[in-house]
Design a protein around this ligand. Structure first.
Ligand SMILES: [Fe+2]
Length: 323
């Protein structure tokens, strides 16, 4: 679920605290708001209600600047936040860390939902809108890709990996001076690059040991699965389709699925490949610990120097310094 802001609130088991500014006025909630009376939580606005202007003013006059929701309402609350993301992010006085927390958690929620339930055209649309909003906020310097990535736990899950790869790709592309539309295409391809893994047996995806050759051959089909899933859900942007299909190709022809070379791999795909490898190296897996940023960058620049676009690794290093 979307995490509360960096500000520390009194904790109540089974409830999560949020700044009151994240609630829009005069809009139906769908979840119950509780406030802390100093001893316990009391129900303040019921799920069918809305927070009205005078109610909010009264709370602020009484120094109540946060509220609680029951964790059982977290799914509804996350959807509310995502639906109102633009408005919530425009809340006056919201800090970079609060904005980063809302954007990062929204992206995690959308992708987790996609991997744990089903993939649909409307979910793909939603994730693209989320990328659009994220890119706008990076371009306007309200957040940076690095400030968003600081929220990663570096514990590998396919859905969090997709989010991280998209953020690294946005950061690298922004560092390179790509425009908003180019960034949106790359971010969309990046966040959807591994959706095809949902068509591969979870026992292989989550295997806590090295894959057998046969299992690896099965895994190698996932870019084609991602490509098929996007086509089935109405994706028509050839650049996004290319990124998901080619994200494991390498400049020296040693990648899969076709073993293409440098001249056949788009710049956007090259960005996503660098982002993908960096996040994989810096993430904890059940069979390996995360490598440090330094060791991962060295691995990419030395051991993988014929496979990757080294200029993009330099852009990655620069963007990581902008937290
Ligand atoms: Fe992949």
């Amino acid at each position: 679920m979307i995490q509360s802001s960096a500000k520390a609130f009194k904790s109540y088991p089974g409830y999560k605290a949020f700044t009151i500014e994240t609630i829009l006025l005069d809009k139906p909630l769908g979840f119950t708001l509780y406030i802390d009376n100093g001893e316990k939580l009391i129900k303040y606005v019921h799920a069918e209600g809305m927070l009205q202007t005078d109610t909010k003013e009264r709370l602020i006059q009484n120094d109540v600047d946060h509220f609680y929701i029951a964790t059982g309402d977290s799914h509804v609350f996350d959807n509310y936040m995502i639906d109102n993301l633009c408005t919530v992010l425009n809340t006056p006085g919201m800090s970079k860390s609060e904005k980063s927390a809302i954007i990062y958690s929204s992206a995690i929620h959308v992708m987790q939902d996609m991997f744990e339930s089903d993939i649909s055209a409307s979910k793909i649309m939603r994730v693209k809108e989320l990328m659009h909003e994220t890119i706008k906020r990076v371009i306007s310097s309200e957040v940076t890709a690095a400030s968003l990535l600081q929220l990663s736990t570096h514990d590998y899950k396919t859905y969090s990996h997709c989010v991280n790869v998209a953020l690294y790709a946005i950061g690298i592309g922004h560092e390179y001076g790509l425009n908003e539309e180019e960034l949106h295409t790359i971010a969309s391809g990046a966040i959807l690059h591994d959706v095809g893994k949902c068509r591969i047996d979870n026992c292989i995806i989550n295997k806590p040991a090295k894959l057998t050759l046969e299992e690896f051959e099965t895994i190698k089909d996932h870019p084609e699965h991602s490509h098929s899933i996007l086509l089935e859900n109405g994706e028509t942007n050839p650049n996004i389709l290319e990124i998901v299909l080619m994200h494991h190709e390498k400049l020296d022809g040693s990648g899969y699925t076709k073993g293409l070379g440098k001249n056949d791999i788009s710049f956007g795909t090259q960005i996503v490949t660098v982002a993908d490898i960096f996040d994989a190296l810096t993430s904890n897996r059940s069979y390996k610990n995360a490598a440090s940023f330094f060791v991962s960058l060295k691995t990419m620049k030395v051991q993988m120097k014929t496979q990757l676009n080294l200029e993009l690794i330099d852009a990655l290093i620069k963007m990581m310094g902008r937290a």
